[in-house]
Design a protein around this ligand. Structure first.
Ligand code: URA
Length: 450
């Protein structure tokens, strides 16, 4: 573990900060030292928030070159602790998702990659707004500790092969500070800033291979395909510039992923996907997407061909090895899966079922609308500090492309805490469905590959 914070500061920050801001405002490329010193000064508190905000706005308006983005990423990564993994062990890899609705892929991909022989250190986030957080979903398992120390995190990865825990305060403090400013200064929507923010945290994990799932569509951060592709390219080139193996898939997020949206129900769905061979079942698209990501992690980390890695991943999913690894990780982090199953079986929730008012084919299930309905039910946080109802959520009964008859169930909503919100959430959820007379193909989940 390397502690990069607290190095001697060698340029007087306030004298140069204004010049750096002006240079970027005029569209000029900043030097590596200028970026490094600016981030160092900001992290140390020598460069005030207003100067950092001004620079963020200048970057938003003028952009950054690939080299500048790499320098910003590196400076942010070095603002805190970076993990190193002893050589001689299994290769290390992780997958990062930009976040989507019903996205339970991490519970499949990370254990699957570990079951294929990789070490998978995975620092994950909490949910805010439309997309749920991986850490919150895992904490729906009683006892699961998503707040490991870095020592516990390292020990779990070495012993089990995979750990999933929240980023600690020691990792990328510059990003934490900068993101809070970007959030309130209209400077989130910038590919270089997003790249540096995501990548600095992922690089700090120390994994040799990084595979990115850049979601695109109504339930994603990136709604337009061109923007999603640009972000994917930026993440991959940044990771490669930092000496890591990297790949990305741009994936569809116009509709929720799979059938469950919430917290505990997403864990259940992931377990279900891993419990028996998924090919030929309703879980096949989700399983196949998980395999695509795990195969890229294995192929890049082990230097094997993608087709061989894909076959290995399918076999480890089908033979139950991925599920066994997931359950081993949950137990290692204090989770009691039997208590989870008992609690789910006897959960006390208010339910509302919505049914088709006409026959036809499901063309659209708007991901953003589904996410809003789930939020209303208590499955997410509208603002920081909100308490999540782990049993709140939505179970879709049909997927895109399926035929429905009038009266058939479309979805069921559940909440333990917001009975009063059920009716309006059910109305919003109904409007998320578009049912058309003509048959329609379910769209491809992988939109772009790089
Ligand atoms: N996620 C991050 O971690 N950072 C961003 O800037 C955007 C999404």
């Amino acid at each position: 573990m390397a502690n990069n914070a607290g190095r001697k500061y060698d340029i007087i920050p306030n004298m140069i900060a204004k010049q750096v801001i002006e240079k970027k405002r005029e569209g000029k490329a900043l030097g590596s030292a200028e970026i490094r010193e600016f981030v160092r000064g900001f992290t140390a508190g020598d460069i005030p928030d207003y100067q950092m905000s001004a620079l963020a706005m200048a970057v938003c308006c003028q952009g950054m070159t690939v080299r500048e983005t790499a320098d910003l990423t590196d400076a942010m990564m070095r603002s805190g602790v970076t993990l190193e993994w002893p050589a001689g062990g299994a290769p290390t890899a992780d997958k990062h998702s930009t976040g989507g609705v019903g996205d339970k892929l991490s519970f499949i991909i990370q254990p699957l990659a570990a079951a294929c022989g990789l070490r998978v250190p995975s620092l994950v986030g909490r949910g805010l707004g439309l997309t749920g957080g991986t850490a919150d979903k895992l904490e729906s398992v009683p006892g699961y500790n998503a707040s490991l120390t870095l020592g516990e995190f390292r020990e779990t990865v070495e012993r089990v092969g995979v750990a999933m825990a929240c980023q600690t305060a020691e990792i990328c403090p510059a990003d934490k500070k900068l993101y809070a400013l970007r959030d309130v200064t209209g400077t989130v929507a910038s590919i270089p800033l997003i790249t540096a923010s995501i990548l600095s945290k992922k690089l700090a994990e120390g994994a040799g291979t990084l595979v990115f799932d850049v979601k695109c569509g109504s339930g994603a951060f990136m709604r337009e395909r061109g923007d999603a592709l640009a972000l994917a390219e930026s993440l991959v080139s940044g990771a490669k510039a930092a000496g890591r193996g990297a790949a990305a898939l741009v994936t569809d997020m116009d509709a929720p992923l799979g059938f469950a949206v919430g917290n505990a129900n997403e864990i259940e769905e992931a377990i279900d996907v891993m419990s028996r061979p998924a090919r030929g079942t309703r879980h096949e698209p989700l399983a196949a997407l998980g395999v695509e990501f795990a195969a890229r992690m294995v192929s890049l980390a082990q230097g094997t061909g993608l087709e061989a890695a894909r076959e290995l991943a399918w076999s480890r999913l089908d033979d139950g090895a991925a599920l066994a690894k997931f359950l081993e990780m949950v137990a290692a982090q204090g989770g009691d899966i039997e208590a989870f199953r008992r609690r789910r079986a006897s959960r006390c929730v208010h339910r509302w079922r919505i049914s088709a008012m006409k026959s036809g084919h499901v063309r659209r299930i708007d991901a953003a609308a589904v996410a809003l309905a789930a939020l209303e039910l208590g499955a997410g946080r509208a603002k920081e500090g909100d308490v999540i109802d782990f049993d709140a959520g939505i179970s879709l009964a049909v997927g895109r492309g399926e035929r429905v008859a009038v009266g058939a169930e479309l979805a069921t909503l559940e909440t333990a805490t917001r009975q009063d919100a059920l009716e309006s959430a059910a109305g919003a959820l109904y409007r998320a469905f578009e049912i058309v007379p003509e048959p329609c193909e379910p769209p491809r989940l992988v939109l772009e590959e790089l």
